[in-house]
Each structure stands twice: as C-alpha cells, then as structure tokens.
Design a protein. Sequence first.
Length: 317
Amino acid sequence: MVKKYYPNESKAERKARKIAEKLGKEQKRPEGKKSVEHAPTPPPPKPERAPRPAAVASTKSPPMPTPKKPMPLREYAEGFGLNHKRYIVCLKHGTKYSAEYVNVLYSMVKRNMTLPFEFVCFTENVQDLNPEIQTRTLPVDHRVGGWWWKPYFFSSRLPLDGTILFMDLDVIVFRNIDNLFTYEPGKFCVIRDFNRMNNANWDRFNSSVFRLETGQHHHVYDNFIADPENIRKQHHGDQDWLYSQVRSDYEFFPDEWLQSYKWEMRGKPPMTRDQNGIRNFLEPGVPNIKPGTSVAVFHGEPNPPQCVDTWCKENWV
C-alpha cells in the first residue's frame, strides 16, 4: 500500500488525517493541496541508550580486625597476682650489726630493683632505722639469738604473705637483682655454699641469701623451735640446720649471680689483722667481677665497711 501525501500538508495534519482514515472518516482534504506519493518515511531512530558507567572500585573500608586480648601479666611465683607481694627482708638482732647496715642494705636494693617490693627489717630494736623501712618485731624467745632467728622466716605464722627474699646485712648489692625473684618461680632457692670453688660437686647451703614463699618448708622452723637448745649444740650454724631439713624441693641460684667476695671475687689473697684485731686483706685490691654477678657476699671478716678495698667503699652506700 502506497501512502498518500499532500503538498503543504504539515506533519500534524497528516497524522490527524491518517487517524480519521483508520476510523473510516475521510477527512476533508485541505484546499489547494494535492496528493503526492512519497516513499515511506523511515521510523524515527530509537534513542540511544546511555552507556553504562564504568564500575567504580568500592571505597568501603575493610572490616576491622578483631582486637587481640592483652597478654596476661607475667607471674613471678605460684599464685602470683596483682595483689601478690614481694618482700626483701633482713634480720637485725643484738649488737653485732648497727642500724647503718640495715639502712645501707635498703639503699642498695632500692637502687637495684625495678620490680615493686617492700623492705622489712625483723628486729627487737628499731632505733636509727630509716623511716622508709618497715619493721616487724621478733618473737620473744630467750633460747634463740643472732643468726638462729633465720629459721623463723620459714614459719607459716610469719606476718608477711607473699614471695620473700632474705638477705644478710653483710652483702653488697651492686647490680639489678630482679632475677632473684623471677628465677624458678615458686621454688625455694638458696646459694650453693662457697666451698664449691674447691669442689665442683659441693651441694651444701649458704643462707646469706635465700628466697621462699610464705610458709614454704615450714617444718624448718617448727622442728627447730621445738628444741632450739639441742639443735644449736648439734649444728654449727643455721645453714647446717637448713641443709639437714631441706633435702628436696629446692634450687640453687646460679653460682655467678651471688659470689663470695673474699674467695671468688678477690681470689683468697693474703690476710692480716689490723690494730683492732679485725682480719683484713694485706693489700687493697680490685675484685674480679663476672658479667652475671650482682651480689658480693661477705662471710667472716672483713665486713663491707671494714674492707680496705676502694671498690667496697664505693659500692657499700
């Protein structure tokens, strides 16, 4: 079928005419307009679809990693918690050692500890002690005196609850001693006696420094206080009694950490007596200090303030 077109017929007129023709109502041809046959007009082009925008990388933040739980605090003894106590304790009984020995020991450990601790002196006489030092009164028992009060630190009735590091008054602490608390936590630790330098297998105790938990090996005190007079007669000193009572569940501190000043650090030099009858080194000398040593132990004369060595005068402060 050929479509009809009229000259000068507008597009709108043509569209209206076609509608009328479809309805069977021939619309009146406009005057002066003649039918002209034209090729069919192509349908209007379909609108081009806008190109899809390129995918944009997601800017959504990646999920946050689950935060790690904080590591628990390191424990330095069995049952050690935030409220657990560390004590450095000493014994002053009688007149052998003055208050100066206690005050200097406190000064030395205070310089050489980074772990929290409390310093406690067990004594019957608090005169001239540094007011920062805590004190505890020794029980009244006239059968016991001097170093024989050391077994009391094993008592389950000791008025301290925690980890206890006992130190004699005649020592020099000159390097950090945190390791005396962190070594073998929960175990009773003691110095291997200094005769070790003559016998590699020597396993006796030296009680100048030892560490224990409150009430650990309490039989040491319980058995002693039951018959102190006979035990004192049968044993040369407290460390011999301690050795007879503790034959298991203990550890020696590493030998290098705590050294005999006279034997190991000074190598047993010639000795003499001064005008007061006190034994001392014949000549001043310089100690041989190993890398791991932090405590110099004095047994017998001289005591630290009496020693002629300059090193002792510089470090016993």
